[in-house]
Design a protein around this ligand. Structure first.
Ligand code: PMT
Length: 247
């Protein structure tokens, strides 16, 4: 609580997946349950932090003692992240943010073509969804906070608060192939302090599970291979590595 190693710190944790509307009743989404992010928020609270939890739609109860902001889309999540970034010490992006959204969300429910209507068409009633890219919430901070293309952090760009230390940024990676390569690339490109890569090939790790098997990549190139742990334990391991970076 008051005397924990995150006492006096303001931390932002994002959790869950985003829902990108197709029409009033349908969306493009992913399998994130929010468990990883909610456990990160709860552990930070227990260590004394003021926690801002920005969550996509999940089936989890609101954690006690945490400032919860519920969002639906990647664009909404980005707005809320931006509104709290100025005074934050840490941003942990465990949300599975949709990379793409339908270009237009239909205002009325999209009707299925009748058999008769479909017969008259070459594609037999197929429906094409046109997707456009969402902004990369974490990636664009590399530009706004650090200045573009400059790997030296905390100088040259717009500091989150001039008098304060820079924002510690932690990302996650969910990859189905070339895990190490992609994780190192994300760490570097998004100017992260830590990158947590989930093993999504295992049944006891990744989306929806109560346990997770992760590799933690540090900015200096070091990599740690953690065993399968409950997501509570993974959350603790992540904060244990963030605290020393807080100076
Ligand atoms: O919620 P659970 O069921 O417990 O599952 C946890 C989890 C597997 C979802 C979680 O541990 C995890 O890996 N979250 C990130 C998944 C993801 O979207 O990874 P990515 O490789 O697509 O994105 C890399 C990083 O950039 C992430 O920190 C992501 O939050 C961030 N990002 C991605 C896209 C985007 N448009 N904006 C972002 O900020």
């Amino acid at each position: 609580g008051q005397h924990g190693d995150l006492a006096g710190r303001r931390v932002i944790v994002t959790a869950g997946g985003t829902h990108e509307p197709i029409d009033p009743v349908r969306y493009v989404g992913n399998r994130s349950s929010g468990k990883m992010g909610y456990n990160l928020a709860i552990d930070a609270r227990d260590r004394g932090a003021h926690v801002i939890l920005i969550s996509g739609p999940v089936a989890l109860p609101a954690p006690y003692g945490v400032e919860l902001h519920q969002v639906e889309t990647a664009m909404q999540m980005r707005d809320v992240v931006h509104s709290f970034i100025t005074n934050a010490d840490v941003l942990v992006m465990s949300a599975a943010v949709a990379d793409y959204r339908p270009q237009v969300a239909a205002t009325q429910k999209i009707k299925k073509q009748t058999q008769h209507e479909a017969m008259g068409h070459q594609d037999g009633g197929a429906l094409t969804l046109h997707l456009v890219q969402n902004p990369d919430i974490l990636g664009e901070l590399a530009t706004t906070l650090d200045g573009d293309g400059d790997a030296s952090r905390g100088s040259g760009g717009i500091s989150n608060t001039p008098a304060k230390k820079r924002l510690i940024r932690v990302g996650f990676a969910a990859e189905t192939e070339h895990l190490l390569e992609h994780a190192r690339e994300k760490l570097r490109k998004k100017h992260l302090d830590l990158l947590v890569a989930n093993d999504v090939t295992r049944l006891d790790s990744g989306f929806g599970t109560n346990t997770n098997k992760v590799l933690i990549f540090h900015a200096d190139g070091a990599m740690e291979d953690l065993p399968v742990l409950p997501k509570t334990g993974v959350a603790t391991a992540i904060w244990d590595r963030i605290v020393p970076l807080l100076g």
